[in-house]
Design a protein around this ligand. Structure first.
Ligand code: GLC
Ligand code: CA
Length: 593
């Protein structure tokens, strides 16, 4: 008996010691702990364009609820919905007139409650869009605020009395005159709007305003939503003396970029810490900054867990690559360089290598379709290149934000005429160019690649006249390629982009130690055609090979020994010696021995 006890003690000590030594050997790869939102795949739905249930041509919440089984079938965990609050829709819901009501076109609060409970029943979480840099000029706060200089809501917004002269320039993104100030004769004052004049900026210096916002967020969390994506959140803090910003200062301090200036206001981090204290720390929820104007040097300040602000942020450096400077979203005719692309994503990975957590995306409602922009939408390359881009998104470190329709390989609609566009951004830029006597045809050609409406066309369920999206007249035209690019066809084809995406999502889950948390290392950085990287969990290592060239390319393994191919969009790799011969747009995740 005694002997047995001694044996037990010895055995326990040995087990504890060996645990400690493995802990020592394998460094924590989880950047401060495993979290559901680090392991999740987020699926973004633009509700206006997903599914219309009542034939008015506009997607709605009941339509969305009716398609939740489809969303669940993808294997994704979280749905991010663009704004669904009451709104006059100057900027498709990014101009909110009541934060506690549902947009009439989208349905009622009862429809929302049903939708949320149907999501939760299926194990899907809901992340809402939080738009609190600005609201709508039709919001009650603004109606009050503009009514007189002494109204209690006056300080909910930024006013500049006209007797002080014209305020210093600030950009107003969607305005034909480019100005972020609008004169209001009612009180002989200008008000600030970083976007359109229908989107007056809220004054976060006012503690009452902050309390209203926090209370509103608490109400949504009490309803059960699982997080917020925070629209242009770095812009909430401003230098409210509104000093003149000279060209020289803009260049020297903000790299000539107004959004960097706008993201550098005093008070930002204290507001976010207050939000964390008053709201988000009370729930197990996810927060994501739309990191407009943030840089590699400043992004960590939003997401460093020790600072208690937000969980994740997304940057714009990747999606901004390849545009000509000084023009409205005009692509460089030579395209973009893959070496630059690799550099950007690798540098951003290193920002969050030790702490914090990044995200990865190529498409969203502010971007054209990823296939057209980053892959190749020619019929012969559509399937392969869209699978390649999905492989990239699902094999990088950082939470993937995947845009609805990309799993089908949807592509840009490429409107010919300005009349087809509905987006305030395109219409505003067109107006500015027209006023300045610029080249409108050049602009329209550019928009075929870069316009936001390309990413907003109705989702393609089937080959019918409106793609099964609506029985009425759709609010934005349906892409003709719905004839072949649609859910119904993709479901029947085991090789479809849709089924490939499902496999990728499953793979990321099954292999999360390496695919979610594993260390990322770029290989062969100067290779102009192949994006290759390692993911390494400490116990398992994989090589990701992505051939971005339409003629194929080679990759040198330099002695690395490949094992099982976890996924491959074009059949097994052709390897002879150390040389891998990759086919056009081939993508593969292969284990290393
Ligand atoms: C964000 C949104 C965009 C909107 C803008 C103004 O960038 O993603 O769609 O137009 O903010 O709210
Ligand atoms: Ca509808």
């Amino acid at each position: 008996m005694k002997c047995f006890q001694v044996y037990l003690i010895v055995a326990c000590v040995a087990v504890i010691a060996s645990c400690q030594s493995t802990v020592k050997q394998t460094k924590d790869m989880t950047n401060g702990g495993r979290k559901w939102w680090k392991e999740a795949v987020v699926y973004q739905i633009y509700p206006r364009s997903f599914k219309d249930s009542n034939g008015d041509g506009v997607g709605d919440l009941s339509g969305l609820t009716s398609k939740l089984d489809y969303v669940k079938s993808l294997g994704v965990d979280i749905i991010w919905l663009n704004p669904i609050y009451a709104s006059p829709n100057a900027d498709n819901g990014y101009d909110i007139s009541n934060y506690d009501e549902i947009m009439k076109e989208f349905g009622s609060m009862a429809d929302f409650d049903t939708m949320l409970s149907e999501m939760h029943k299926r194990g899907l979480k809901l992340v809402m869009d939080l738009v609190v840099n600005h609201c709508s000029d039709e919001h009650e706060w603004f109606r009050q605020s503009r009514s007189s200089r002494t109204n209690p809501y006056r300080d909910y917004f930024h006013w500049w009395p006209a007797e002080k002269g014209k305020p210093a320039f600030r950009p107003g993104s969607f305005e034909v005159d480019g100005s972020g100030w609008r004169y209001d004769s009612l009180t002989n004052s200008y008000y600030l709007h970083y976007f359109s004049y229908k989107q007056p900026d809220l004054n976060w210096e006012n503690p009452k305003l902050r309390q209203e916002i926090f209370a509103m967020m608490n109400r949504w969390f009490k309803k059960g939503v699982d997080g917020f994506r925070m629209d242009v959140i770095p812009f909430i803090a401003k230098d409210t003396t509104f000093p003149v910003v000279t060209e020289k200062e803009l260049k020297e301090k903000y790299n000539g970029d107004w959004s960097q200036y706008m993201a550098s206001g005093p008070g930002l981090h204290s507001y976010l810490q207050e939000m964390n204290r008053e709201v988000t720390s009370k729930y197990d929820v996810m927060t994501l900054a739309e990191g407009a104007g943030t840089t590699k040097a400043t992004a960590m300040n939003l997401v460093d867990p020790a600072r208690k602000e937000l969980d994740m942020s997304y940057h714009f450096e990747g999606v901004s690559l390849g545009y000509l400077p000084g023009e409205f979203k005009q692509m460089d005719p030579n395209g973009y360089k893959l070496t630059e692309f690799k550099k950007i994503y690798s540098e951003w990975d290193s920002v969050f290598a030790e702490k914090g957590w990044g995200t990865i995306y190529l498409g969203n409602h502010d971007q054209p379709r990823m296939l057209t922009r980053w892959g190749n939408d020619a019929p012969e390359f559509r399937v392969a290149s869209s699978k390649l881009l999905s492989t990239f998104l699902l094999s990088m470190r950082g939470t993937p934000f995947y845009y609805f329709g990309d799993e089908l390989g949807m592509s840009n609609i490429k409107f010919d005429k300005i009349e087809d566009y509905k987006d305030i951004e395109t219409l505003g830029m067109y107006g500015q160019i027209k006023n300045n006597g610029g080249d409108l045809q050049r602009f329209l050609n550019g928009q075929k690649i870069s316009a936001r409406d390309n990413g907003r066309t109705p989702f393609q369920w089937d080959a019918s006249v409106y793609a099964g999206f609506t029985t009425g007249d759709p609010w934005l035209k349906v892409n003709d390629n719905k004839a072949t690019v649609n859910v119904e066809a993709a479901e029947k084809d085991p090789q479809s982009t849709l089924n490939y995406f499902r496999k990728l999502v499953q793979l990321r889950k099954d292999r999360k130690d390496v695919l979610v948390y594993g260390k990322y290392t770029l290989l062969d950085k100067d290779n102009p055609d192949v994006y290759a990287y390692l993911r390494d969990s400490g116990t398992e290592k994989v090589l990701v090979l992505l051939c971005f060239n339409k003629n194929g390319a080679t990759f040198d393994l330099k002695g690395m020994k490949t094992g099982a191919e976890w996924i491959n969009n074009l059949g097994p790799l052709k390897i002879s010696g150390d040389q891998v011969q990759l086919q056009p747009y081939q993508a593969c995740i292969v284990q290393l021995k």
